[in-house]
Design a binder for this molecule. Structure first.
Ligand SMILES: Cc1cc2nc3c(=O)[nH]c(=O)nc-3n(C[C@H](O)[C@H](O)[C@H](O)COP(=O)(O)OP(=O)(O)OC[C@H]3O[C@@H](n4cnc5c(N)ncnc54)[C@H](O)[C@@H]3O)c2cc1C
Length: 318
């Protein structure tokens, strides 16, 4: 038995979700009485050996420049080679994980559980808990294939630091030429990536127009948060589409989600109901979002938000 964790990176920086996947993989390995190893593709600027701090004993690197741009088919083939001796392969259920894990599952004839939220139960077989119906329910999936793949939902497993250092070993892989050519990449710079954020401040149609978004971005800046929005807000171009959360947008699971002027339609909740704490600010006491909220403020956002911003400023001495 051995466990292989795919370590995802962007622009050479290892993503926070990969630290979660590594911590999770180390715990799975512990359960199975084995060790966890990682694989990272493309050039990484950080210290790969430091992944030992999250429980990995060894990290394989494939530093070929062609892997700096993501191609699901090429990635799948490289990871399949590295996974030849692995019994459990772990991904973060990120955009990359969602593209690669199913392909790898077919290639290796390995059972896949995507959207896992807990460690496997190995007391009788191998059963993994995952979210279903856009996070409204859980299912326990029993995996019976020899090789198993788990794609772990971001923010569903705590990062565990162990203080170790991983051995780093280049992995000689056969790398196919990409069948898809990336002609340009537009990167959103200087913002906290929404999928990785601990805190998210989000606005809906109740904010009346894009000119009022200053209070969302100001609170987000003060809290070190990412900004998000409901779908209609993105559809009418008040905010960019990459901020749209929900059933048809990004599904997120921050520690704190602050929803301002959002009704809480089921399609919106589908993308945010895994947040640990939800705070809702809405002037309508009957707004459905209050049913899903941990804390609710019934009030006009234009009166409530400046008060919250002032209070946070005072707290921070800003
Ligand atoms: C197939 C499908 C997929 C969808 N996918 C998504 C999705 O992924 N994400 C998503 O968000 N939506 C999605 N929707 C749309 C969804 O059904 C709702 O229409 C949408 O979420 C509503 O957005 P909203 O809450 O910003 O706007 P509204 O429904 O207009 O709600 C505005 C809220 O602001 C409050 N408000 C107004 N003024 C103030 C004020 N001054 N202060 C405080 N509160 C105020 C109101 O009381 C109201 O509750 C989808 C719909 C369909 C049919």
């Amino acid at each position: 038995m051995s466990v292989l964790v795919f370590i995802d990176q962007s622009e050479g920086h290892i993503k926070k979700s990969s630290f979660e996947a590594a911590s999770y993989g180390a715990k799975v390995a512990e359960q199975l009485g084995t060790t966890a190893e990682g694989i990272v593709l493309g050039s990484v600027t950080g210290d790969v050996a430091a992944l030992g701090n999250y429980g990995l004993k060894k990290v394989y690197t494939v530093a070929d420049a062609t892997l700096n741009s993501f191609d699901a088919q090429v990635y799948t083939k490289v990871i399949a080679q590295a996974a030849a001796n692995a019994d459990v392969i772990i991904f973060s259920n990120s955009t990359t994980g969602k593209a690669v894990a199913p392909r790898l599952s077919v290639k290796l004839k390995a059972g896949l559980v995507s959207g896992a939220v807990a460690l496997p139960d190995t007391s009788n077989g191998f059963t993994v808990k995952k979210t279903v119906f856009s996070g409204k329910a859980f299912a326990n999936i029993s995996v019976t294939t020899a090789k198993k793949i788990i794609a772990l939902n971001p923010n569903s497993f705590n990062i565990i630091t162990t203080g170790g250092t991983a051995a780093v070993e280049p992995f000689a892989a056969t790398i196919d030429a990409a069948k898809v050519t990336v002609t340009n990449v537009d990167l959103v710079k200087g913002e906290i990536p929404l999928g990785e954020a601990d805190i998210v401040v989000s606005g809906g149609r109740g904010l009346k127009g894009p000119e009022n978004w200053g209070m969302i971005t100001e609170l987000a800046q003060l809290l070190g948060a990412a900004t998000a929005c409901s779908r209609p807000v993105a559809d009418i171009n008040w905010r960019p589409h990459h901020e749209h959360v929900g059933q048809t947008g990004l599904a997120i699971a921050p520690n704190l989600y602050i929803a301002v002027g959002i009704s809480g339609a089921i399609q919106h909740l589908a993308g945010v109901n895994r947040s640990k704490v939800i705070v809702v600010i809405n002037k309508d006491p009957e707004a459905p979002f209050f049913k899903a909220a941990d804390y609710g403020i019934v009030g006009d956002a234009f009166e409530v938000m400046p008060k919250i911003i002032d209070a946070v400023k005072k707290l921070k001495g800003a």
